[in-house]
Write a protein that binds this ligand. Structure first.
Ligand SMILES: NC(=O)c1ccc[n+]([C@@H]2O[C@H](COP(=O)([O-])OP(=O)(O)OC[C@H]3O[C@@H](n4cnc5c(N)ncnc54)[C@H](OP(=O)(O)O)[C@@H]3O)[C@@H](O)[C@H]2O)c1
Length: 237
């Protein structure tokens, strides 16, 4: 029970990696709060975790983020899973349109850090989310690639700005979450099987495996400014 009586906020906690972090933190004794946009999905997630605290908030909306954190009595650890993957080639849409996903992720992470920091005691933590594309960029989602890479660097600089609060990032490779249902539709299984075949581990990660890395970042008091990779060796191939 490494998180006994600790308050853990998961921004983007109703699905995928965020939900897995919430579930694991709760199993470790944490009092969990979920934030996300879709109220019905959030309600279902909170209920399946045994009725945890939850609130609708878009992390790209500073006022909504401030309101959600103001209502919390205490915050020890925060995990930011929220972020939109925006597919599309560089020449397909205007720079302003494409950068919406970058702005949402980077501004949103900064809003969360600013709202949470005054409430987090020394040694508490914030974990942001990057991605394997920082080291292995791919075409077809350029602003998202910039966004996750910036989130990793934001964690490193905030580890200095906000010390002694610890700030880290988890960098997932391809992970089996509902995000791929939305992005790939009926091609999902074939595309992910193709990716898995090239990985040293021979399979893509589960959300629970990424969550285990996030829990390590929350609970190890000497880790800060770190980017931990859970990518099946994807950076090497
Ligand atoms: N899955 C992968 O292979 C992979 C790989 C590398 C990086 N990542 C990154 O890891 C993170 C989690 O990915 P995932 O696959 O678990 O995604 P997911 O299954 O789509 O879940 C995303 C969660 O974030 C919430 N969310 C999205 N935008 C939000 C916003 N603006 N404000 C508040 N909540 C928001 C969603 O709920 P609502 O939609 O209701 O808000 C949902 O709870 C993302 O940042 C993603 O880019 C994923």
């Amino acid at each position: 029970m490494k998180l006994s009586r600790q308050s853990v906020v998961v921004v983007g906690g109703s699905l995928g990696i965020g939900y897995a972090v919430a579930e694991l933190a709760k199993r470790q004794g944490a009092e969990v709060t979920l934030l996300a946009r879709n109220a019905e999905r959030l309600r279902r997630a909170a209920e399946s975790l045994g009725g945890v605290r939850h609130a609708v908030a878009d992390f790209g909306n500073e006022a909504a983020v401030n309101r959600a954190f103001a209502e919390l009595p205490a915050v020890h650890h925060v995990y930011v899973a929220a972020g939109t993957a925006m597919p599309g080639g560089f020449l397909d849409r205007s720079v302003d349109d494409a950068m919406a996903s970058f702005v949402e992720r980077v501004w949103g992470s900064a809003y969360v850090l600013r709202a949470a920091a005054p409430k987090i005691p020394p040694g508490g933590s914030v974990t942001l989310t990057g991605g394997v594309s920082t080291d292995r960029p791919f075409p077809g989602a350029w602003s998202t690639v910039l966004g996750t890479a910036t989130a990793e660097q934001l964690a490193r600089v905030m580890a200095l700005e906000l010390a002694p609060i610890r700030v880290n990032a988890v960098s997932p490779g391809y992970t089996d979450t509902p995000m791929w249902d939305r992005l790939l539709g009926g091609d999902r299984d074939a595309v992910l099987a193709g990716v898995a075949a090239k990985l040293p581990t021979g399979r893509i990660a589960t959300p629970e495996e990424v969550a285990e890395a996030v829990l390590l970042l929350m609970t190890n008091g000497s880790i800060t400014g770190e980017v931990i990779h859970v990518d099946g060796g994807g950076r090497l191939v």
